[in-house]
Design a protein around this ligand. Structure first.
Ligand code: FES
Length: 123
């Protein structure tokens, strides 16, 4: 499952907690503030960005980390020119940046819509 370590997304199953001593680890449970869902969580609900829900916590944490990476200008795997600003967040760019998160229910169109809404892009 994807979690955020100091705001960066990582696969929690591929690391040891002791390796992150002193760092901030945020799971899906830590995203909501009091009774208010994180905007990404609310967008997933609004756009039905899930079916069975198995992948959803990882999708949401990864999407939050992905948007932060994009805002910081980090290139994606398909960035052609690393000397240019990061590519615009098109549907294809979002899909590429989220390609490590698999959804066996194939809720991808709704996941992309939720991410675009959270990013302030037209859905
Ligand atoms: Fe079922 Fe993604 S919602 S695996």
């Amino acid at each position: 499952c994807t979690v955020l370590v100091d705001g960066r997304r990582i696969n929690s199953c591929l690391t040891l907690a002791v390796m992150h001593d002193g760092q901030s680890v945020t799971t899906i449970e830590g995203l909501a503030l009091d009774d208010n869902l994180h905007p990404m969580q609310a967008a997933f609900v609004e756009h039905d960005g899930f079916q069975c829900g198995y992948c959803t916590s990882g999708q949401i944490c990864s999407a939050i980390g992905m948007l932060a990476e994009s805002r910081e200008g980090m290139p994606s795997y398909v960035t052609d020119d690393l000397t240019q600003p990061a590519a615009e967040l098109t549907d294809a760019e979002i899909r590429e940046r989220m390609s490590g998160n698999i959804c066996r229910c194939a809720a991808y169109p709704n996941i992309v819509a939720a991410i675009k809404q959270t990013a302030g892009l037209p859905t």
